[in-house]
Design a protein around this ligand. Structure first.
Ligand code: RIB
Length: 316
């Protein structure tokens, strides 16, 4: 790889994940024994950057951790696979963000998130992040989530636009979305819950997903990849309505599958893959991310992803 190669920039959350399996949600006042405690690095931006490196492109992580022991721990995984974590700031006096994840038997999860350092940004921090975006090689792609303050996202997106970079937004948590951001986004990737948060209705069918995509395009995004409950997605732009099926896999854990989708789609945009192929690539990465307990633990490398696509890509 050369210094001029484009990079996937991942701006957003960097979390310590504490994950358990539970058979059900506890009742009021109840203590419920759980299983399979996993303590690992996570967070949406860290996961996207990690996956991009696994898929063979350069990636760079922008975000905040605390000056506690967790701060080093959450960067270890991304650093070990070669993510550039040099822009990550250790915020003095803050704790690293903590995600408490409860996985149910159907593979779906509930997350309680203590944002901590993710939300501790001052003006100088924003300027520093903008400088990283401005200095990225031509053809880079910016991926962002909303687990950091919107002011940070907006400034980075504006810097990316000024450089002509494609911008992908994973709108999580949806309640942080601001109307002016839509027109600044090339690709948006809401899951069914996020679509409900953005637009006020649930996505339960392909027709719902198209309706949601059309609404998001009307608000100004270039392309909406609206995820379906089965792990597939609808691709909607001004002139396209297409559907992508998930791979036929055994779902063990959906945690981090959305980050895999966003990260792989960012890689595909960076590689200038044709749009429908790009969404298939993303859906396949997301499917494989559901097959192993944990987030970064489940992310495929390039060979695993291509082999799985060859064998199991379904036609919707
Ligand atoms: O999308 C899953 C990720 O976001 C997890 O790694 C967890 O940190 C959550 O906030």
């Amino acid at each position: 790889m050369s210094a001029d190669d484009p990079i996937l920039l991942a701006l957003g959350s960097i979390n310590l994940d504490l994950q358990v399996r539970a058979d059900r949600w506890p009742g009021p006042g109840e203590t419920l024994p759980v299983r399979d405690l996993l303590r690992t690095g996570g967070g949406k931006a860290a996961n996207r950057a990690f996956l991009a490196r696994r898929l063979g492109v350069k990636s760079c992580l922008l975000g905040h951790v605390g000056d506690d022991d967790f701060g080093e721990e959450v960067l270890r995984g991304p650093r070990d696979v070669g993510v550039d974590v040099s822009p990550v700031v250790k915020v003095a006096g803050q704790m690293t963000a903590l995600s408490m994840i409860v996985l149910r038997a159907d593979g779906d999860k509930t997350i309680l998130l203590a944002a901590n350092a993710n939300d501790a940004w001052g003006e100088a921090d924003i300027e520093a992040a903008v400088k990283v975006v401005e200095a990225a090689p031509a053809g880079s792609v910016l991926t962002v989530d909303l687990e950091v303050p919107v002011a940070v996202v907006r400034a980075a997106v504006q810097a990316a636009q000024a450089r002509g970079f494609k911008v992908l937004l994973d709108p999580s948590p949806a309640e942080r979305m601001q109307d002016d951001l839509y027109a600044m986004i090339d690709v948006i990737t809401p899951n069914p819950e996020e679509t409900r948060g953005l637009l006020g209705f649930a996505v339960e069918s392909e027709a719902d997903a198209v309706r949601a995509g059309e609404e998001l395009v009307a608000r100004g995004v270039g392309v909406a990849c609206v995820k379906l409950p089965d792990g597939g997605a609808a691709l909607v732009s001004a002139d396209r309505r297409e559907f992508v099926a998930p791979l036929d896999v055994e779902v063990v854990d959906k945690t981090g599958a959305g980050d895999a989708f966003a990260g792989a789609l960012g890689v595909a945009l960076l590689e200038r893959q044709e749009l429908l192929q790009a969404v298939k690539f993303a859906a396949a990465a997301s499917s494989l991310a559901c097959t192993v307990y944990g987030s970064q633990q489940s992310y495929p490398d390039r060979g695993q992803l291509e082999r799985a696509r060859g064998g199991r890509e379904r036609v919707r």
